[in-house]
Structures are given as C-alpha cells and as structure tokens.
Design a protein around this ligand. Structure first.
Ligand SMILES: [Zn+2]
Ligand SMILES: [Zn+2]
Length: 278
C-alpha cells in the first residue's frame, strides 16, 4: 500500500520527511509554500537537496505537492487569473526542485461567469503553464464538492479542462469526501463502481495516481466540504474497505487529509486504513 498523509512543512520542507518517517508512511503530500498566502519563503537548493536525500533514505514511494488555496484559475477577473497562474507556476517550480511526482490543484470558482466559462479559463491556464514552463511533475486536477460556484465536481467537466493537453501531463486526484458530497454514493458497491467507471471512461484509471482518502462529516449530495475521520463519517468503514482492497486501487497513492483534533489523529486514521486492508 502506498499510504501517506498531508504533512506540515513547519521548520522547512525537509522536516516533512522526518514526520513521514515517524508515522512510518511511504508517501505524503505537502504545501510547497504558505497555502493561504501568495508568496513563500525562498526554497534554497540546500533544503531541496536535503529533502531529496531524506526522501531517498526512507524509501519514499511518492511525494505530492498541493497547490495554494487562494489560486483561482476559473475566475473571470484578469488580475486574479494572472496571480493564480503565477502562484501555481511557482508551486510547480518548487515541486520540480523537490523531485515531487505530482502537483494537485483545485480548479477554482467561476464566481458568476458560469461553469462553461470557468472550465475554459482553467483549460487556458493549464495550456499556458504547460507550454511556458514544461513541468516535470504531472498536474492533477482534484474533483471538488461543488460548493457555491466551484467547477470540477464531475469528471466530464474536469476532462473538458484538459482539452488539447496530452493526459500524460495532466490527470486526476480523487478526493473521496468531495466525490461523496458531490453525489457519488461511496457507501455502496454500485456507487463506488459507478465512480470508477466514470473516471475510466473520461481520464482512464491510469491517469488517477493519487486519492485523497477522507471521510465526510456531511451527507451525500450536500455539496459541502468537511473532511472527517476514516470510518466515523457518513461514508463509513465499509466504503473505505472497498476502496483499499479494490484490485484497481492497489497502486494508487492514498493520502489522508483528515482533521487533527487531537495529537495522534493522523496515526489513528492511518491505522484504521491499514487495518481495513486485507
Ligand atoms: Zn483533497
Ligand atoms: Zn476538501
């Protein structure tokens, strides 16, 4: 199992690798810079090298960078669009410096211009970034819950954002909590199979390398984004057991983004997932 958690980079990005070693996980996700600010402390070559050395020494299977939350590529506002593109490019640059495999991004909010316009904006941004920067890391669009004017809560819309871009450059990160509240009922086998079929028919399951494994505090179809502890939310243990034991999910990188209400919550959620695996 490639199992990991979203880890803090407090004290330097290389500290995330120390945290992974403590948690005995072989994958993780980090923010490459402050997720709620536009700028970040410079990433020095020394720290990047240290990160790579440490990652090698713990035999890390995969590392993922999550892009900034302020970024909104779907925005109709030119200034925010430009800023968002620059921020994402910086996240990708850092991911490449660290040798990360993937950069996960939320498509954004159309804020009134409509879903189609939002999708076009994201597509334009991705094309420009890939043409101008030529990233080594694969970009992964994360499915969202569909709150407010969020775009990207189904896979046809996400696929439309990749028009004209080869799928070796851009794929999907599936968030189970977002899928559930967007209306995919992961409590049942039919619901889970339906979701996988939809991903396979659009991106192909080979272009789904990373899964954010989160239970949901909110009901199916509620379009709300509130992650919860594995097995204790509305999806429940059975749904996650089906996921971790599914033959086509074996090679996927599973990352928890569950709440940390108490010390040791990551340990507990990781343990729950390990125990669900047969
Ligand atoms: Zn997520
Ligand atoms: Zn979320």
């Amino acid at each position: 199992m490639k199992l990991g958690a979203h880890l803090s980079i407090a004290g330097g990005v290389d500290k995330a690798v120390d945290r992974a070693e403590e948690l005995e996980i072989n994958a993780f996700q980090i923010f490459a810079k402050n997720p709620r600010g536009w700028t970040g402390k410079e990433l020095t070559t020394e720290v990047a090298e240290l990160f790579k050395e440490k990652s090698k020494s713990i035999e890390l299977a995969s590392s993922v960078v999550h892009a900034n939350y302020l970024s909104n590529l779907a925005t109709p506002k030119d200034e925010l669009y430009k800023k968002s593109k620059e921020s994402l490019t910086e996240d990708i640059r850092r991911a490449d410096c660290l040798g990360a495999d993937y950069v996960v991004l939320h498509p954004g909010n159309h804020t009134g211009s409509g879903i189609e316009a939002g999708i076009k904006r994201v597509n334009q941004a991705l094309q420009e970034i890939i043409n101008e920067f030529n990233p080594e890391a694969k970009l992964l669009l994360e499915n969202v819950a569909g709150a407010g004017t969020e775009v990207g809560f189904n896979f046809d819309d996400l696929l439309a954002m990749t028009e004209g871009i080869p799928l070796k450059r851009v794929g999907i990160c599936l968030d189970t909590c977002h899928a559930f509240t967007a209306g995919y009922d992961l409590r049942s086998e039919a619901g889970f199979d339906g979701l996988l079929t939809e991903i396979d028919d659009t991106f192909g399951l080979e272009n789904l390398p990373v899964i954010h494994v989160n239970d949901s505090k909110e009901e199916v179809g509620s379009n709300k984004d509130r992650h919860y502890h594995i097995g204790q939310g509305k999806i429940g243990s059975e749904g996650f057991a089906r996921l971790v034991n599914h033959s086509q999910m074996k090679e996927k990188v599973l990352i928890i983004e569950t709440p940390i209400d108490d010390n040791g919550d990551d340990e507990l959620n990781l343990k729950t997932l390990r125990n669900l695996g047969k």
